[in-house]
Design a protein around this ligand. Structure first.
Ligand code: SF4
Ligand code: FES
Length: 380
């Protein structure tokens, strides 16, 4: 047996993605949350989240991402940030920025938030608010000012898709003007809401090529001006022909806890219905990380079949994305269909052949959890 194919040695997790809530004021059609959102009534309490954070720290987690939905929807966010920082974690807030006033930013910085990742939808209010399904763009600009004013490092994150990819250069310029230390341009991924909207979100090859040029030119322009943030550009794996090393390997470095306490090897893993679902209210995090069937299902390379099993790239890309394989083939153990060597690659090629076909007005917007929508309409 080759050295690297020996039974996988499980290292301690590095990061915890804490999805504090699925509530969100926005309705983006590429939302990374699952289609079945958790209603507010099922969210973990403050004490339960604190226990999850303490357990995560005890098994080695050093980076905590407070995310959602919109984590600002939780009134206990400063308390949870304080608890995480007191445990020694580096605390990253992932937010839409809606509701992030100067006072809240100062409070969160004081309670231990180390860094903020702010999402933008576009360069201008019109298309940005259209895709967000809410008047949010101006709030985001104010939030960026509040974040930098509180002395917090700022990452601006933008999902690129067919509707905004043509404005890549202007989007980067806006992020630079807002004082971003880092700009993340992530082409829309096609799971959950994104897969539902793939035909309206997938850019054409020409659009993608133009955006690659725009990113390089922006890097050069801003570096020459001496104010260049680090610009990360994650290109759609549909066009890459080789899969991304999704999650840096299944259950290898990070775990996700959902608003109701489900513990997942990756944020999208709830779609893989063949995996048992673990929950932090029923089982200690350490046991879930090291011993659970779900976390061990695709660790290492032993689970692979051909073409991955004998492929020299298997230690670099881990066979790609398990959720994507499940979404597209119904079998999470198959080679990621984006790989040119996958027997399912035709599924991707036929989607690419149709790119640019449907108008963006056909987006299915993310809707709130059913129970929350009912509560809001009843005025409670
Ligand atoms: Fe990666 Fe498997 Fe494709 Fe090889 S065959 S490049 S390991 S996905
Ligand atoms: Fe789950 Fe890639 S999104 S493994």
């Amino acid at each position: 047996m080759a050295e690297a194919d020996r039974p996988w040695e499980v290292a301690a997790p590095f990061g915890l993605l804490a999805e504090l809530t699925h509530r969100c004021p926005l309705h983006c059609p590429y939302c990374a949350n699952p289609i079945q959102l958790t209603p507010r009534a099922d969210e973990l309490t403050t004490a339960q989240w604190k226990d999850v954070i303490s357990q995560a720290h005890a098994i080695g987690v050093v980076q905590l991402h407070l995310s959602g939905g919109e984590p600002l929807a939780r009134a206990d966010l400063p308390e949870l940030a304080f608890h995480a920082r007191s445990s020694g974690a580096y605390v990253n807030l992932v937010t839409s920025g809606v509701g992030l006033t100067r006072e809240r930013a100062l409070l969160l910085a004081d309670r231990g938030v180390d860094h903020v990742q702010l999402s933008l939808q576009d360069a201008d209010a019109g298309p940005a608010d259209y895709v967000a399904g809410a008047r949010a763009h101006q709030c985001k600009l104010a939030a960026a000012k509040a974040i930098t004013g509180a002395g917090l490092p700022l990452t601006v994150n933008i999902v690129l898709h067919r509707g905004n990819i043509g404005r890549t250069a202007r989007i980067i310029d806006l992020a630079v003007a807002l004082g971003a230390d880092r700009v993340e341009l992530a082409n829309a991924q096609f799971y959950g809401w994104g897969l539902l909207n793939r035909s309206t979100l997938l850019p054409t090859r020409d659009q993608l090529d133009a955006s690659l040029v725009a990113v390089e030119q922006a890097r050069t322009r801003h570096a020459a001006a001496g104010r260049g943030p680090h610009i990360v550009h994650v290109v759609s794996d549909y066009y890459a022909g080789r899969p991304k090393p999704c999650m840096d390997g299944w259950a290898r470095r990070q775990l996700t806890v959902t608003p109701s306490g489900d513990v997942l090897p990756c944020p999208g893993a709830s779609v893989i219905r063949s995996l048992p679902v673990e929950n932090a209210l029923r089982r200690p995090l350490a046991e879930i990380w090291y011993d659970s069937e779900a976390f061990n299902a695709f660790r290492g390379t032993g689970w692979m079949s051909d073409p991955c099993r004998s492929c020299p790239s298997r230690h670099e890309d881990f066979g790609g994305c398990r959720c994507q394989a499940f979404h597209l083939t119904g079998d999470a153990a198959r080679t990621d269909p984006v790989c040119r060597l996958s027997p399912d690659r035709a599924l991707i090629d036929s989607a690419l052949a149709q790119a640019g076909g449907l108008p963006q007005a056909d987006h299915v917007m993310r809707t709130p959890p059913v129970a929350d929508a009912r509560t809001a309409s009843e005025g409670r």
